[in-house]
Design a protein around this ligand. Structure first.
Ligand code: SF4
Ligand code: SF4
Length: 165
């Protein structure tokens, strides 16, 4: 079985809340780069698993530049080329979907690591908060809140759509 990256989103949130002494990096896959900008793995993860896909989405309504929209699957996407990093969407989301540091990264390209490249994967892990990302040999395991984002990435997150509490 090939190794996969397991990303624990709660550790990144803890890092933001406790003013960790590093700026968390971002991972992306070069083949997912679009005219809307780089598709960051953490942003894809929170919009896939954390976002509750509100019907009348407050984040879309508050955005002053129309940078957020729902795709055909109902998932929120951010057009990085339109986003002005005002963070109004972070403040208004009742579920804490987005993390503040997402909105600084497009100004700091050295914080991006291409996860298609083995060397950059190692550098990405080193740059992440301690214990937040590891290489594992396992598959999706919803009992442990571990979900598949794609063939190379697993995400650990409380998934609202399967939460029975
Ligand atoms: S307000 Fe939050 S939970 Fe609702 S659609 Fe926007 S990001 Fe998702
Ligand atoms: S941070 Fe970007 S996406 Fe969010 S409300 Fe502001 S402009 Fe819109």
């Amino acid at each position: 079985m090939d190794k996969k990256l397991l990303i624990d989103l709660s550790k990144f949130r803890d890092c933001g809340n406790k003013s960790c002494d590093i700026t968390p990096p971002e991972g992306f896959f070069s083949h997912l780069t679009t005219t809307n900008g780089l598709k960051s793995i953490r942003e894809l993860a929170v919009f896939s698993f954390t976002c509750r896909r509100c019907e009348d989405a407050p984040c879309i309504n508050v955005c002053p530049t129309e940078a957020l929209e729902k795709n055909d699957d109902g998932m929120i996407e951010r057009h990085i080329n339109l986003c002005i990093s005002c963070k109004s969407c972070v403040t208004i989301c009742p579920f804490g979907t987005m993390m503040s540091d997402f909105f600084d990264h497009h100004r700091k390209k050295d914080l991006y690591f291409d996860l298609s490249n083995d060397h950059e994967i190692k550098e990405f892990i080193k740059a992440c908060p301690i214990g937040s990302v590891e290489l594992v040999k396992m598959d999706e395991d919803p009992e442990k809140d571990i979900y598949k984002l794609n063939d190379k990435i697993l995400v650990k997150e409380k998934n609202w759509s399967t939460d029975k509490s």
